[in-house]
Design a protein around this ligand. Sequence first.
Ligand code: KIV
Length: 274
Amino acid sequence: MSQVVQSRRLRAVDIAKRKAEGAKIIALTAYHAHTAGILDAHCDFILVGDSLGMVMHGMESTLPVTLEMMILQAQAVIRGTSRALVVVDMPFGSYEAGREQAFMSAARILKETGAGAVKLEGGARFAETVAFLTQRGVPVMGHIGLTPQSVNTMGGFKVQGRGPDGERLLLEDARAISEAGAFAIVLEGIVEPVARAIAGAPQVTAATIGIGASPFCDGQILVLEDMLGLSETVPKFVRQFGSLRAHIEEAVRTYAEEVRAGRFPAEDHTYAPR
Ligand code: KIV
């Protein structure tokens, strides 16, 4: 007799439902099994962001991140979690050449990791790709505004939405990918009134997830290491909810002192012959 295994993990449709119910959507990034496990009970979705290139590997941008790196870390996050939806970033170069390339990359991510959705950066110009993926069973999260993969064409990590056409263009981006079927859109580094206008626009049915955007977004996301106080420098929009760097420094300093002084390991930390 066949048996249906019911997963309790949230899906993209559940994130869309949160918006419909007016409940705030909670999200953070994670790249490891242990940290993802801590977030699992508190987040609706966990993003395996390509920020891992900068945060974990010390890269200057997210551009060198590969599909293989994303898959490896997404597998770790899936192993550490059982409840939250896991969304995986499509890295630079894995989707821009065309909708078929995007589908092949997204299919690898879903098949090899068990994640429930992918995220890609870009607005109206990727609407056709978003539609192609969603029509073929790949839930897609969009990402507009400050899109780090475009750092070279944007001329740096610059706040978006300023200037006469700022609101119109970003609203058009959000509307296009929402209508193409994206279930959510990250609004990153967008001036507050513009982000608020996008979040409140009736044409934008996808859930809006803010990062350096507006409290009026349907949800919020931060890079975990930034909000924990582990990153050396953080952007203006980050609140440090913890001070992990200071705690780690203190623990490592104490460890070094104890080893030098011969106080560690103590008897408790060694094995008796029998
Ligand atoms: O890569 C990432 O971590 C992201 C978030 C900042 C939204 O895209």
